[in-house]
Design a protein around this ligand. Sequence first.
Ligand SMILES: N[C@@H](CCC(=O)N[C@@H](CS)C(=O)NCC(=O)O)C(=O)O
Length: 232
Amino acid sequence: MPAILYKANASPPARAVMMLIDILGLKHIEQRNLNPVLREQDEPEIKKKNPMRTIPMLDEGDFWLADSHAIMIYLLEKYGKPEHSQLYPVDSRKRATINQRLFFDCGVLFERLRAVMAPTYIGRLTEMSKAMIRNIVDAYSTLEDYLSENLYMASDVVTIADLSLVSTMATLVGLVPIDEKRFPKLSQWYDNMNKTDYCKKINISGGKEHSDGLKAMMENTKYYQQRKTSKL
Ligand SMILES: N[C@@H](CCC(=O)N[C@@H](CS)C(=O)NCC(=O)O)C(=O)O
């Protein structure tokens, strides 16, 4: 069975894996869309393979793997060539720093985006709360500090930490733009990442689709709530 990546172009973690697949040139991996808003990932067939019911998910027929961070490490270990070694170097301290940034994306940055996504998808959010915005800006501040000594998030070259973080950032900037004066390094890093072929091809449009979609859903909810109130 050919390998399949279940993905959605708007999904930040899916985009991170898609960018890595592009960099590694893994043409044999079929990329198949699932719509998380319609909860297509809840299909019993998919749920059996990924009880977390999240996108992305890699399916190799006799082996399944969820979570973009785990998938990226697996793909690099399996298919990385010497020219890709900088993306996830073997040096244990370098790798540990990259892992820490990946965990930051998984446990903090994306979670703060998820705090907006979850109520938006179920029609409960009309606009982002002050606390939501504050938490996102606070994460930007951490990213600015990560860049204090390096051009990229974990070193002076692009690693998988940058792929992961830029995929989440591409959605977030549409909701909470980066204040260039307060976060000059983050702003520069984001501009630099956006000049890469893989961000141009995969991440920028997917991020815009995602943030535009979230804003449209919030507007929709606001409209229906106002209509309901005016009828009372
Ligand atoms: N830590 C996971 C997060 C994946 C995730 O939450 N993906 C979203 C789409 S952007 C999803 O599938 N959400 C559905 C849900 O949480 O039920 C990863 O990096 O893959």
